[in-house]
Design a protein around this ligand. Structure first.
Ligand SMILES: C[S@@+](CC[C@H](N)C(=O)[O-])C[C@H]1O[C@@H](n2cnc3c(N)ncnc32)[C@H](O)[C@@H]1O
Length: 277
């Protein structure tokens, strides 16, 4: 057997152990056909601990019960894919429909609160911050909260530093020049953008109500990983964090179901928005 084959070996009982571990820690359902995902994501951890195989990693997790190793395995198995202005139609709808309404309703307090739930490395929260600055809201009291289960991505989001490849994805060149400064081979977001967003580590399966109230909640490209029970609980909690009339935006490919009691579905062009009842 080649050494590579040994590294990626997973006994059926260990596969079940890993599935149960990920589900209990973060709520993500990894089906029985995800061997390739476990293999590619866990092999680097096996090497890091100088172990022989994923089976050895499971044995270490069981023996040590070290939460740090458990967390590292969970973080390796979560997908953090994100980019600036993902689903641009949603940002257009915010700019043309939600913002004019909020600016009128809030002209006395000049305060707005937004939440990027499952924010990953921060591009979603910062895209919104740049959009708001572009719309002339510099002197308003704006708070954008970004949260994610993974402390690793939260720490990265806080730095506001992005690689060339990351700023090449979705970000208009004019905004790169306006809101970023070069820092070696990377790009650093400028202070006015960074101070609009704060990032915290939060598990979406926990009680969320104390975080609100928000005018807009992004919860995009994360629900797909949960089972129906978890999805419904999270939707209910998200609703509890929102102003009446506030917007919930899901990923453009994510279907919502059973939300009629809490949200009214509205469409603007080809963008679907869930308006809190
Ligand atoms: C694919 S990214 C989506 C990023 C961004 N919302 C977007 O659409 O571009 C999914 C994120 O969900 C986070 N996540 C997964 N399970 C979570 C949970 N139970 N609570 C909070 N965040 C979670 C992952 O850590 C990951 O960063």
């Amino acid at each position: 057997m080649s050494s590579e084959a040994q590294i990626t070996d997973i006994l059926p009982e260990n596969y079940r152990f890993l599935q149960a571990h990920i589900y209990s820690q973060v709520g993500i359902v990894l089906e029985d056909n995800k061997h390739y995902l476990f293999e590619s994501r866990l092999a680097p951890i096996v090497q890091q601990f100088s172990l022989g195989s994923i089976n050895d990693l499971c044995a270490l997790m069981l023996a040590k019960r070290d939460p740090k190793i458990g967390q590292q395995v969970v973080e390796a198995m979560t997908t953090n894919e994100t980019y600036f202005y993902r689903d641009p139609g949603q940002y257009d709808a915010i700019r043309t429909v939600l913002l004019p309404k909020l600016m009128e309703e809030r002209k006395s307090t000049r305060k707005m609160r937004f939440w990027s739930a499952a924010s990953s490395t921060g591009q979603e929260a910062y895209s919104l911050a740049m959009l708001l600055l572009n719309e002339g809201l510099k002197d308003w009291n704006i708070q954008i909260l970004g949260t994610d289960f993974s402390s690793k991505v939260v720490e990265r989001a806080r730095t506001g530093v992005y690689q060339q490849l990351e700023v090449n994805r979705g970000l208009p060149a004019a905004q790169l020049l306006k809101y970023f400064r070069r820092s070696g081979l990377e790009w650093q977001l400028t202070e006015p953008v960074r101070r609009m967003a704060q990032f915290e580590t939060i598990d979406l399966r926990k009680c969320l109500r104390t975080l609100g109230p928000f005018d807009l909640v992004f919860c995009r490209n994360v629900m797909i990983y949960f089972d129906n029970k978890t999805k419904l609980n999270i939707m209910k909690e998200l609703h509890g964090t929102m102003f009446r009339g506030g917007w919930l935006l899901l990923g453009s490919t994510e279907a919502a179901f059973g939300l009629e009691d809490w949200f009214e579905r509205k469409t603007f062009g080809n963008v679907t928005v869930f308006v809190a009842r």
